[in-house]
Write a protein that binds this ligand. Structure first.
Ligand SMILES: [Zn+2]
Length: 63
């Protein structure tokens, strides 16, 4: 099994990218995404973090 480190889009901890299955699994919060979904969520996360990181942090933490 081939794995690489990735950052979890949900809890921001270290997740694993499984190259063979082409998915991302986070053992901290249970997140499981296909690689395509992961990339999409990373883009959305980056955009929302840039726009209102402080506001979302205060209201909802990482969610
Ligand atoms: Zn996670």
């Amino acid at each position: 099994m081939v794995k690489m480190d990735a950052r979890c889009v949900n809890c921001n901890k270290k997740a694993h990218y499984n190259i063979e299955k082409n998915n991302i699994v986070c053992q901290h919060c249970g997140l499981e995404l296909s690689y395509d979904e992961y990339i999409e969520q990373m883009k959305e996360k980056a955009t929302s973090l840039a726009d209102n990181f402080q506001a979302s942090w205060d209201k909802q933490g990482f969610y």
